[in-house]
Write a protein that binds this ligand. Structure first.
Ligand SMILES: [Ca+2]
Ligand SMILES: [Ca+2]
Ligand SMILES: [Ca+2]
Ligand SMILES: [Ca+2]
Length: 299
């Protein structure tokens, strides 16, 4: 960890290489933030653990104490999702896919959430899970892909939600995105695959009208946003085929002007925002450049 002048203020030992982005949040509700990351143990048996370190002790001085109960697991190459999956237990829970074919959900003290781990038997995807109350029953679900054509929706008690898992073609290569595209209070699910398909499912596991869509190569994590101010959410995704796609989530039709040919492979997610004048901005990195588009205020 470094300060804004580039000086090291904390050195955290994660046992070797770290593949996933660290997250800083107050995970245990003690009003002091923790840093959550993963690290690869180099000696055999090689494992990629989740670590949580405290950042500040109660006097406010930088601190690098490993939180009791950690490290845990053998995570895939993704960051864990962090959410209050189990409201009966104080603080937030961590959820991730393991390379041994399981999904883990643990409390902020490293103990399992009741019903976990869930065993599905497939190698993990490199995408982080999405967590949200997809069926609007007051309890959150976990949406997570695997490396073998299966997309899972899991209740917070470790059981599959009715209608799930669902098949995709090839690996779900990216993190899923969840959003209510039709104002019925339930969340729809979008995810890309390594062979170029982009899927849309309703809460019950049925494919949405107009999906899947196809690109020529691997699709990365989507952003769901209304980029043309027509009141309909779009799914914006980059593909390794060099195009940035934007489809209307309600029909699968492309937004006017899309796909944008960026001329170079895309390996990341776009960022979508607005400037101070209400114009929609989209930023996207390709293998060699960063592109920023101003889509203006409306269609
Ligand atoms: Ca909790
Ligand atoms: Ca729910
Ligand atoms: Ca909905
Ligand atoms: Ca729109």
């Amino acid at each position: 960890m470094i300060d804004l002048n580039g000086n090291a203020i904390l050195d955290l030992d994660v046992g070797g290489e770290s593949y996933a982005a660290p997250v800083i949040t107050d995970i245990d509700g003690d009003n002091h933030k923790e840093i959550i990351g993963s690290g690869h143990r180099m000696e055999r048996p090689k494992k990629n653990f989740i670590y949580i370190y405290t950042i500040h002790n109660s006097s406010g001085t930088p601190n690098a104490e490993l939180v009791s109960g950690f490290p845990v697991g053998n995570v895939a190459g993704s960051s864990p999702a962090i959410a209050d999956l189990d409201t009966a237990f104080p603080g937030l829970e961590l959820v991730w896919g393991q390379n041994d074919g399981t999904v883990w959900a643990v409390h902020s003290d490293g103990t399992f959430v009741d019903g976990f781990p869930l065993r599905h038997g497939e190698f993990a995807s490199n995408g982080s899970p999405a967590i949200g109350d997809v069926d609007s029953d007051g309890r959150p679900e976990i949406v997570i892909g695997t490396a073998n054509r299966i997309l899972l929706v899991i209740e917070n008690n470790g059981q599959y939600k009715d209608g799930w898992p669902q098949q995709t073609r090839k690996i779900t290569s990216s993190s899923p995105a969840i959003a209510d595209i039709n104002d019925d209070g339930r969340l729809e699910i979008f995810v890309g695959s390594t062979e170029g398909h982009f899927y849309g499912f309703d809460t019950n596991g049925s494919q949405l009208p107009g999906f899947p869509q196809e690109t020529e190569s691997q699709v990365y994590s989507p952003v769901i946003a209304d980029i043309n101010n027509d009141g309909i959410l779009e799914a914006i995704v980059g593909s390794k085929d060099g195009n940035l796609y934007a489809w209307k989530t309600t029909t699968g039709e492309p937004v006017d002007g899309f796909p944008l040919d960026l001329g170079s492979p895309i390996y990341s997610s776009p960022i979508v925002g607005t400037d101070g004048n209400g114009n929609t901005l989209i930023g996207i990195s390709t293998a060699d450049e960063f592109h920023l588009y101003d889509l203006g205020p409306d269609t």
